[in-house]
Structures are given as structure tokens and as C-alpha cells.
Design a protein around this ligand. Sequence first.
Ligand code: NI
Length: 255
Amino acid sequence: MLIDSHAHLDDRRFQRDIDKVLERAKRAGVSKIIHVGFDKQSSVNACKMAEKYENIYAVVGVHPHDAKDLDDDLLEFLYDIARTKKKVVAIGEIGLDYYRNLSPKDLQKKAFVRQIALAKELDMPIVIHDRDAHGDTVKIMQEERAGRVGGILHCFSGSWEMARQCIEMGFYISFAGPITFSNAKRILDVVASTPLDRILVETDCPYLTPEPNRGRRNEPAYVKHVAEKVAEIKGVSFEEIARITTANTKEAFRL
Ligand code: NI
């Protein structure tokens, strides 16, 4: 059994065949899926999916791309749904994205800080998105004492040194499709260094499709390819990786 620790199933690419997608996931041994919001509407969608499907859990929050939209009203709205809707397990995805910079950096930082505070108020873990912002991400996590709630560095792309600092704060490291890409040398070293009891696997679908399906739409069933790659790097069986990452994910999201 596996858990896909990060998916966006409300994407319009799933509109026509979501039930078949979930059926294939089940057949591939994916027992649970964590559906992650990135703005107001997708957070609402996450809650709806979690209510509709027994094996789906919701994460609500505002992505750094949309950080400019996080005003007091939206923060209050997130607080309310996180508190009252069933199966909301974390605040996310939140963080910093200096690769695309769709929101100004200062607003990204502000939204990150405010949502860490929200998670602390709710006593919920956080799901962190960090792209090309490794230094500031760790700095804010430390300054805001994010370790008090813990959580997950999703689709991790930093160095082992960064992973080590995050693990020290009590965080888990989640790996996605990019570890299966042939040019992935650097991240493979990070997988090799990260202790097994801190590793999660995810698809981030519909994005980042792992090999051998790269180029097609990603879906939760393909998380097995990420787990297979972790097993290969670690030199342990696929079954062992499935067992450990499932246990880690349950612990990380307090399922
Ligand atoms: Ni995502």
C-alpha cells in the first residue's frame, strides 16, 4: 500500500475521468491521497473531494503564486474551513517560489509567515512549496518556529544540507517525479542521504509525471514509480518503501 502525499485532483485535466483515475490508483495499491489546495477555490474543492471520497484528505492554503490574494478575509476563510470541514489535515501549499515570481517576493514572504501562524493557531502541520528560494524558506521556517507544528517539504529540490536542517526542525521530505528523470543526479544524492523514516512520496499530479510515463498527464497511480526509484536508491525492497512511506505520511499528517 502507498499514499500519494500531494495531488491536485480538481485540475480540469481530471474533469472527465476522475472516477477511473481513482480506480486505477486503488488498483496500483494507493490507499490514500492527500489533495492539496493552492488558492481559495481549490481549497474549497479539496474539502469537497475529501467529503465525497473516503480515502481522500484535504489540505487548504494559498500557494506563493497567489500570495498577493491573501488578505485578512481569505485568512479568516481558511481558518474557518480548516476548523469546521471534515478531513482537513494540514495548511498548504504555502511557501516561496522565486522561479516564477508570480507574486512579489515581499508578499510571498508575508503570506508564508501568516499561514505558518495560522497553522500554529490550528495546531496543524504545513505543506511547504519551495522553488529556487531555499535560503529564505529555511530562514522563515526557523524564525517563525514552524517546527512547533512540523509538516512536509513537498517535491523537495533543495540540497542535503537544507533537508538536514528541515529534518532537524521535525519536518518530512517528500520526493516526486523529478527523481525518476535521467538528469536528476543531484537530487538522487539527497534521497540517498535522507533517513528512511523521514521520506514521503507524491505525484504532484497532474504535473511532473514520473518516468516511464513522462510527457503524459500525471495521476496518483504513478506514485509507485517514485517509490520504486526510492527503493532502488536505498537498496531496499519496494514493499519496504511502501510500508515505511505510508507510515511516515500517516504520522506527518496525523491521519
Ligand atoms: Ni502542488
